[in-house]
Design a protein around this ligand. Sequence first.
Ligand code: S3P
Length: 171
Amino acid sequence: MKIVLLGYMGSGKSTIGKALAQYLQCDFMDLDAYIETEQGMAIAELFKAKGEIFFRREESRALKAVLAQNDSLVLALGGGTPCYGTNMDDILEHATTSVYLDMSIPALVERLTHEKAQRPLIAHLADEELGEFIGKHLFERRPFYRKAAHIINCDDKSVAAIVNEIRNLLQ
Ligand code: S3P
């Protein structure tokens, strides 16, 4: 069984993925962490050293490799993963299910204001530019995210409540 979690940066994919994997007693994998191990450097460094196009190619390759494995796992994607190449089609074809962790722009702005530094796509932005950037980005990305088998709105919900919703979807 492979459960794929997708959503924008800061939507809680890794936190929720770890809690869900613990409940299901299966492995958790973070696609960014997998790429970091393969490349031997942090994502932010990779963007600086090789650029975003290189990262997107490696991201697609890593996704295909992980989806081809037999193990049961909860997989948290990077925020952009579903939006490039054939990635979303690959997910729909090979994952047991996929869940889009949707959040409103204000909720994402609140989270990401405190977490900009380690995120290469937003590190250069002033706090007051975040809302416009995220809004434009979501306009482009939501059509991909919304192809997921399930959509959960995560605003103002605890990790436990979201994990519970996903558990109900799996029954
Ligand atoms: C990205 C999101 C990041 C990471 C990279 C690009 C994006 O993952 O893959 O910095 O394009 O939204 P998280 O969503 O886990 O922060």
